[in-house]
Design a protein around this ligand. Structure first.
Ligand code: CP
Length: 321
């Protein structure tokens, strides 16, 4: 299995985006350009969807070795709306189940003309491993890597924040929940650190707090009320039970909502115009009260809409259009 030290250059020698493996290492200007591009693909609900033909002749393979609804569906729709051929590999029916290595699966699809691989995997290092091994014309997009990275989620979160706040600087962002196992928190904080001088608060129950070395300069606490006070955006996260071996110490759903859930009562502590975010999948009345998820301050469905636009923008960027 690959380890977390595998790295590869995401950029071409001329500085263009080739792969998207993580936000760390990207320049602010490049992130802003991607967000601007994504904004151009956003359409109001009910309007005709955005489309163009900039992936004509390209074949996109979606390889999701972990469950996904939003990321997988939006990458598929994004590629189709840009005129690509799209292959959604049924991983349960793939030859990886018979012992084929992921690289041999990639080489097989590469030989069929796949030019863009979209990869989600439970092991750290897989997207970079693949990016290091594919032919030079091939691109790799990280669609969720263990607890390490989820760069398109980070970008869609930044776009959502910018749409509401009009800026990406001088903001107080509070992320609440199982940060220890969260690739969403990793990528969003990487992005927020690149784009501006922001105050980032990370609040988790004991046992689910992050390694501080991964979050330099950020405020790590278990005091949810003080972490919410005066925040501009609140990002709630589910407990990633699939990454927790010893579950006996976890609170019940009711206990968790009371102690660490974003309730209507707690939301009043934030700035009056604070937005509420959640990457999904969401556990209502556990990490977030259902009425908050559906409330006027919620930007959760807008995040989903932005996810499609961001994935179109990334596909356009890596193909040089
Ligand atoms: N936010 C996110 O990655 O959702 P999915 O697991 O449904 O793709």
């Amino acid at each position: 299995m690959p380890n977390k030290t595998i790295t590869t250059d995401q950029l071409t020698p001329s500085g263009r985006l080739r792969h998207l493996l993580q936000l760390h290492g990207l320049e602010r200007d490049m992130i802003v350009e991607i967000l601007d591009r994504a904004q151009n693909y956003v359409r109001p609900s009910g309007a005709a969807v955005a489309s163009d033909d900039c992936l004509t002749g390209q074949t996109v393979a979606n390889l999701f070795f972990e469950a996904s609804t939003r990321t997988r569906a939006s990458f598929e729709l994004a590629a189709k709306r840009m005129n690509a051929d799209v292959l959604n590999l049924d991983v349960n029916m793939s030859s990886r189940k018979k012992g084929e290595s992921i690289l041999d699966t990639i080489y097989t699809l590469q030989a069929m003309g796949v030019s863009i691989f979209v990869i989600r995997d439970a092991s750290a290092g897989i997207p970079a491993l693949i990016a290091n091994k594919v032919e030079p014309h091939i691109k790799v997009l990280n669609a969720g890597e263990s607890d390490v990275s989820h760069p398109t989620q980070g970008l869609l979160d930044l776009l959502t924040i910018r749409q509401h706040k009009g800026r990406l600087d001088d903001l107080t962002i509070t992320i609440i929940g199982d940060i220890a196992h969260s690739r969403v928190a990793r990528s969003l904080t990487e992005g927020l650190t690149i784009v501006g001088n922001n105050t980032i608060r990370l609040v988790s129950p004991p046992g689910l707090a992050p390694n501080p070395e991964l979050y330099p300069g950020m405020h790590i606490t278990d005091d949810i009320d003080s972490a919410i006070a005066g925040a501009d955006a609140l990002v709630t996260l589910r407990i990633q039970k699939e990454r927790i071996k010893e579950k006996s110490g976890l609170m019940t759903n009711h206990e968790y909502l009371k102690a660490y859930g974003l309730t209507e009562q707690r939301l009043k502590l934030a700035n009056p115009d604070a937005i509420v975010m959640h990457p999904g999948p969401m556990n209502r009345d556990v990490e977030i009260e259902g009425s908050v998820a559906d409330g006027l301050q919620s930007a959760i469905t807008q995040q989903v809409t932005n996810g499609l636009a961001v994935r179109m923008a990334i596909l356009a960027a890596i193909t040089g259009t």
